[in-house]
Design a protein around this ligand. Sequence first.
Ligand code: NAG
Ligand code: NAG
Ligand code: NAG
Ligand code: NAG
Ligand code: NAG
Ligand code: NAG
Length: 792
Amino acid sequence: MATNNSQCFWGLFLALSLYFTHSTSTPHVYIVYLGHNYNVHVPHLTSNHHLHLLSKVFASEEDVKKSMLYSYKHSFSGFSAKLNSSQATALAQMEEVISVFRSETMQLHTTRSWDFLGLTLSSSSTSPEGTPLQLAYGDDIIVGVFDTGIWPESDSFQEEPRMRPIPSTWKGGCARGEMFEPEKACNRKLIGARYYLKGFEEEYGPLNKSGNPEYRSARDFLGHGTHTASTAVGSIVKNNASFFGLASGTARGGAPRARLAVYKVCWGKDYDGRCSEADILAAFDDALHDGVHVISASFGSKPPLLPLFISQAAIGSFHAMQLGVSVVFSAGNEGPDPSQVSNVAPWGICVAASSVDRMFPTRIILDNKLFVMGESFITTPIKAKLADATTYFVNGVCRPENWIKSKLAVGRVILCFSSIGPYEIDEAEVAAKKANATGLIFVEAETRQVDIDIIPSVHVKLEQGTKIKHYLAQSPTKPVVQIEATKTVIGKSPAPRVAYFSSRGPSSLAPDILKPDISAPGVNILAAWPPQTSPTLTLDDKRSVSWNFQSGTSMSCPHVCGVVALIKSAHPNWSPAAIRSALITTANTRDTSLDSILADGSTKASDPFDIGAGHIDPIKAMDPGLVYDMKTRDYILFLCNIGYTGDQINKIVLCSPGTDTSCPQVPTSNSHINYPSITVSNLQYTVTIKRSVRNVGKNKNAIYFCTVLEPDAVEVQIWPRVLIFSWFKLENTYYVTLKPHKKSQGRYDFGEIAWSDGFHKVRSPLVVSVNTTCCDSYEYLHHSYNRNLSSF
Ligand SMILES: *[C@@H]1O[C@H](CO)[C@@H](O)[C@H](O)[C@H]1NC(C)=O
Ligand SMILES: *[C@@H]1O[C@H](CO)[C@@H](O)[C@H](O)[C@H]1NC(C)=O
Ligand SMILES: *[C@@H]1O[C@H](CO)[C@@H](O)[C@H](O)[C@H]1NC(C)=O
Ligand SMILES: *[C@@H]1O[C@H](CO)[C@@H](O)[C@H](O)[C@H]1NC(C)=O
Ligand SMILES: *[C@@H]1O[C@H](CO)[C@@H](O)[C@H](O)[C@H]1NC(C)=O
Ligand SMILES: *[C@@H]1O[C@H](CO)[C@@H](O)[C@H](O)[C@H]1NC(C)=O
């Protein structure tokens, strides 16, 4: 199953345990990863060990101290240091070292970035509608948000009148810094605030006030962290949240009474968020020691993805998982092309983004004669002359470089077609702004989500846009266009739909683990914003807002984080895998019209690569019936499959005594680890997969029956088809046999396996790619490749 080539490839890498060193004498920040921490209670011993290792590649003790950025000594063992390539190589060859890699820069997962203009930045968002959950508020849960910091004065982070004291387990604190006084900023709601800057400054130079409007503290400049934190855990702010009247209502996070601890790891650089891996790992090291229960991380890197354990996300979330802490990641905004999903470690939760049932219709009127609807965030009506882009742009292409430099467009509304210009609206906006136009009507075949714009812009569908163009062509003079203020309309269009930008599976790193796991709201989310940062992050935007719209998987990630906090509050003993299972097996695949959820950017129904198991259902996730838990052995098998040896696994995995850490003789495939979704990426022969489920329902005596939806190219057999649970048998095992029954060259087909006791439906997506190019028909139809099941 697992391709042998990739096994060799991995083996080779890990033997060297060094990734990406260019032979260069210029020092860079490297991360040296050593696995779990043997001296949890005496962290200085771990630190001394790190210094000792470093001293082997430096001549003087002084140089050692100068080179070290962080010693990760609480929650796992490793350090970051400035090294040249020969020093990195020397460290990588030491026996205790698992991996050595360059600290890379991660980016925030918001949809827009004006960085090509140096204008503005990235965003985040939260929803005032939040998650409609009345059951629990998560009082006892501490949520760690790794992001751009916090605007502590926002209403979202004020403590409620009768909030209970800070949980006694909390070991974290609030760090003093620029415009951040712990006495004023922190309270029973915001209980932790730390910032990490060494990695960023090594990469980009000192935070420089003259050029970079950042605060040297946990205070948020870019707004992203304030937005995501208020989405996850923002306190209830009654009837006072809106963006200039749009989307007005009560704001609240998913778990409005959970405590918040912020770890500022992303910093503004030309108004864009940059997050250094060395800093992020320091935040993981502290947060896990401080006692957070859930971590929200809305950043990542674009494919090609680095191997697991050569990246902060996988290392940090692995040790979090071992300590019972869930880590929720954004899937990325590289959609809708396939295989772009990031943050794919099987111990994390990876979140896609979808729309909510809220629209912002905007009426366009030409010469009081032609009425056309579009969508926008325009809050002040506009009246101006309308002009076709062909008059002002070379070949009608609305790009800044195609701008014809005359005063002609000043004060006009320009009509641009995405089909004869940029695919994205951003460039057209920049072009129109450069031309000092008053507004923009942007025409797309399939309209994307609207955004907070640098100039008033309406999105219009191709059919409407064509009407406008024809009217314009027939009009002897330039017609007057009126654009009315936008309205907020709720519940009129089916939702959710997967956002076109949301990164799609399959995972390019471990295709037998389905990613993304689940989807959550991530389009036009309204959440808290620093009033001193303009909503577009552009310098000439002088508006100040307390709430702002943002789109991206950055916004869907904290929604799931809030729900995880609620589940954790209701079920404190559930493992991160059990919590993820509850989310996955209860996710919705139907929209508000009870049709299958659409994938935006097309008219096609979504599949598990768009949406994972489906859209999050917080209420059902509190009571999933059965859970697919993962045991230490599952993680060990996964590590074996990606090429780690028993020795290395012993260093990485914290095992209870007697745990079998050896790798099986015959490599297995990741399809066999006890994940709640089932994926076989290269099915050549009949394969049998084992899964175990635990009854977590109120009723301990329960009988579950199975229903199967077969993917096109395979026959699915489940054994047994009935699972009987009792006080004495909380856990049951079943087998899924997948038999390819037609020729296919790696085409993916989708089905599902669902268990029901009449009250709960425990649903697993079934994702199979049959590949019969290897074998003749006799072989693939009749050769039975029965694995020895007892070896799993
Ligand atoms: C790396 O640094 C060490 C210690 O400062 C030095 O001895 C060595 O020559 C350097 N290697 C390269 C390739 O510059
Ligand atoms: C900030 O940067 C500017 C130009 O990039 C430089 O001239 C100035 O000296 C720097 N100031 C500080 C305090 O580092
Ligand atoms: C609403 O918010 C504004 C600005 O944040 C504040 O001045 C006002 O007092 C708030 N109103 C209510 C009713 O809380
Ligand atoms: C647009 O406005 C700016 C600022 O007022 C001005 O400097 C620029 O020349 C104008 N450009 C055009 C094409 O009118
Ligand atoms: C199908 O199997 C063949 C032979 O094992 C292999 O070379 C090829 O990469 C596989 N294709 C896919 C899409 O997995
Ligand atoms: C399966 O493997 C186990 C242990 O490796 C062995 O004892 C058993 O005989 C095997 N069963 C079959 C049917 O091969």
